[in-house]
Design a binder for this molecule. Sequence first.
Ligand SMILES: O=C(O)CCC(=O)C(=O)O
Ligand SMILES: [Fe+2]
Length: 315
Amino acid sequence: MKVSVVECSQGRIEHAPVLEALDRDGAVVLRGAFTREAVDFVAAQADRWLENPAIAGAPGYWKIDHPKKLLDPCVIGGPVYELIVGERILEVAEAFLGSECLLAECNLKHDAPVGYGYFPLHTDFFVGWRKKEGTLPELDAATLRRPVALGGAIYLHDTREGAFSYCLGTHKREVPPGWQDVGNLPADVRREVEATKVRIEGLKGDIVLFDDRGYHGPDLPMPVSRTVILVDYYSAAVFGRRIVTPYSIWSTDLGRLSSRQMRALGAGAETWGDAWNSLHAKFRRSPFYRTIVMAVENAYLHRHLRARLRAMVGR
Ligand SMILES: O=C(O)CCC(=O)C(=O)O
Ligand SMILES: [Fe+2]
């Protein structure tokens, strides 16, 4: 079993083979959808941002568990928009969804080789899905008979081990509440689903587009590290104009965005959450958070004490 690779380095992306593969398999690889310069720039900047964590406003990655480092790709700026809201990709997404779309979620993710699995094969949607307790919409079986969103994994280096994996054809299954993770499926269903799993190997700059109603996840355990940008375009017809958490967009990048790209990034949209309760804020719950806060608050204490002492002795 193999996933179709659609070459699209020239002109408009041919929609027919992309939409056919998405309908049949639930996943497709677009090769050459981005310029080499944009991909190289983003990959190099990602390496720099992934060197150190964000502390006291010093730029860096976000930490939410041991295996991963996360980043809002927008902080990379400039050419990153060609990757996450490229006009040609938005066109494909909107043709697939039959609706305007919004980039509801977007993360740059670095997974380290930890030697165990930590993220099971899962679907992103299921019957009864809500983004958060008490929020709308709630997805029902009828709505989920058609695509509701288009996920994407953009490879920032050639990727084999650890590649994004997809269970081909599973986007056509109804996923009842509780069946989101493959580990919760009855044994026979699980076997059936896992038998369709394909590791989608790809080249630097490829984007794997996938119908996120189907079972998918990273190929774990990973023997090597892997860096991807994960995008998720939600149908405005299904979810309304909503994104999960606002992005940190530099003011100097605003001028390079078209009105369609601005809309996809959530200009004027509602959000399901804010920065205070986003995924990126999870570190606040770490037992080390208070210790680091204390270290930050006292980082310049020695200078302060020296200045006070001088003031007291009148020098
Ligand atoms: O890391 C991956 O390959 C998949 C990520 C994913 O499925 C998700 O974040 O929902
Ligand atoms: Fe997912």
